[in-house]
Design a protein around this ligand. Structure first.
Ligand code: SF4
Ligand code: SF4
Length: 177
């Protein structure tokens, strides 16, 4: 290698790079185009939560805080036994500890936790990264719709059950007419 050839090569690389289009996204002026199913923040669909505690138990960071109490429910039929149900008092996730593994979303048997791609919730006070249930619910409105099922996929059992009921009702109405 002759002296100066290294310099020439280096300059050639610089010139090539200078003429290429930049791929940097100028956030925050331009919003990044995130891939589907990005893990930004977790939303809580409280109505589905049965306070089973599975998410809190499985979370490797122990950053899900749940408080609840039991409430008596009157018997379904007269003379029946009184039942009890769990009532949620607190549900919070500390995103300062969360490592975005997604285990809580995966293990929830009642579809109460969802990923939202929202990521703009930086705070100057670390304590504000603990999102309580109201804030977790607000994230639900930013959860994208699930992709449509594959054409070859089996019909989901909930949809099949609803369709059968609708068909039965339609047949009954036709019979009455
Ligand atoms: S994503 Fe992982 S670390 Fe974060 S709350 Fe869920 S289980 Fe815990
Ligand atoms: S696993 Fe689901 S249903 Fe159970 S406590 Fe967590 S969010 Fe609620």
């Amino acid at each position: 290698m002759t002296p100066g050839s290294g310099l020439a090569k280096g300059l050639a690389v610089t010139l090539r790079t200078m003429t290429r289009r930049a791929v940097t996204q100028q956030y925050p002026e331009a919003q990044p185009s995130l891939p589907p199913r990005s893990r930004g923040v977790i939303g809580l669909f409280e109505e589905n939560c049965t306070v089973c505690m599975l998410c809190a138990r499985e979370c490797p960071d122990w950053c899900i805080y749940i408080d609840s109490h039991k409430e008596a429910v009157p018997p379904a039929a007269p003379g029946g036994r009184e039942r009890s149900r769990n009532v949620l008092d607190r549900f919070a996730i500390d995103f300062a500890l969360c490592m975005y593994c997604g285990i809580c979303v995966e293990v929830c048997p009642f579809d109460a936790l969802f990923w939202s791609p929202e990521f703009e919730y930086a705070e100057t006070d670390i304590r504000d990264l603990t999102h309580e249930r109201d804030r977790l619910r607000e994230w639900m409105w930013t959860v994208p719709e699930p992709p449509p099922p594959d054409d070859a996929a089996e019909e989901p059992k909930e949809v099949a059950a609803a369709r059968r009921t609708a068909e039965k009702l339609a047949a009954r109405q036709e019979g009455d007419a």
